[in-house]
Design a binder for this molecule. Structure first.
Ligand code: AKG
Ligand code: FE2
Length: 296
């Protein structure tokens, strides 16, 4: 059964970006949110014991608590990314059925999870630096710009999903529909791995508004950026990448995993322990390596 409609598949192929609503249920997302909340709770207690945090804000919800803690101590955000925290619920989510079904509709049933995978807590504007960077407000870029050239022949899908409604107010992404046709654009270091300004396609940006439960799928050549979060809550999101098995990932020094194989289901990585071990090694391998592809 198809997860995406034929029209959605056509939109993806035409525009290089698709916003599909109602892909995930709360049952899909809540385990990840709970795991993240437990991690934050533990880190907050540790930082309180070190007198770095005064108020634990224990009664505050997932949407705002992390910002209230971060305002007191930026260290609270250390180690929250997927490969650092290495949570079991997150690992399970990487092969979530609804997600895999949507991916299969676009690239078929032999699916590899590319190592470029992040959870992002986009903080309220006042807590973020004014200039773009890859932790807060990502500048205009293509995801092909953060892989090595070896991945050029690989169809890598970026799958972006919010854990809270992503709105213009809280800083959803902006995307350039149709611009994937330009292929790879040069990126520069200045401004934090951004598309060389002269090469920016002359296409009007579109706000990628996406309610919780929705999924944004992007072509690796679709230019996109983050915008300011003008609310008091965190704009939580997860961005993952999937590709066909057997092709270069563009990050040979980091681990990739089979998350679905219709032909060889036994090759799917279901061991949380193995995933953790390979990421610990992958983080070690990444030291000193230039992962972004910049021309100047
Ligand atoms: O979440 C954002 O604001 C930007 C994410 C991004 O660049 C990506 O998912 O590739
Ligand atoms: Fe990106």
């Amino acid at each position: 059964m198809l997860k995406l409609t034929e029209e959605q598949v056509a939109t993806y192929r035409e525009e290089g970006v698709l916003i599909a609503e109602n892909i995930f249920t709360d049952d899909d997302l809540q385990p990840v949110i709970d795991e993240m909340s437990r991690f934050i709770d533990r880190r907050a207690s540790e930082l309180k014991a070190e007198n770095k945090i005064g108020d634990l804000h224990e009664d505050k919800p997932f949407e705002t608590r992390f910002a209230l803690l971060y305002a007191q101590c930026k260290e609270i955000s250390h180690g929250i990314d997927i490969m650092q925290m290495r949570g079991k619920a997150m690992f399970e989510f990487l092969r979530n059925d609804n997600l895999m079904d949507a991916v299969e509709d676009l690239i078929g049933g032999e699916i590899l999870c590319n190592p470029i995978q992040h959870i992002r807590a986009k903080f309220p504007r006042g807590l973020s630096p004014e200039t773009p960077d890859y932790y807060h407000n990502v500048p205009w870029h293509q995801d092909a710009g953060v892989t090595w050239q070896e991945a050029d022949p690989t169809e890598i899908l970026t799958c972006w999903l919010p854990l809270v409604d992503a709105t213009v107010e809280n800083g959803c992404m902006e995307v350039l529909p149709g611009a994937w046709r330009s292929g790879h654009l040069d990126h520069q270091k200045e401004g934090g791995t951004q598309i060389v300004p002269e090469q920016m396609p002359a296409i009007a940006p579109c706000a990628a508004v996406c309610p919780k439960g929705g999924l944004i799928i992007m072509n690796k050549y679709t230019p996109h950026r983050s915008t300011n979060n003008n609310t008091e809550a965190v704009r939580w999101s997860i961005d993952l990448r999937y590709q066909p098995i057997g092709l270069p990932t563009g990050r040979p020094f980091q681990p990739a995993f089979i998350t679905r194989s219709r032909k060889n289901p036994e090759t799917v990585c279901t061991s949380h322990e193995e995933w953790c071990t390979r990421w610990i090694q992958g983080l070690e391998n990444s030291k000193g390596i230039q992962a972004h592809r910049v021309v100047k």
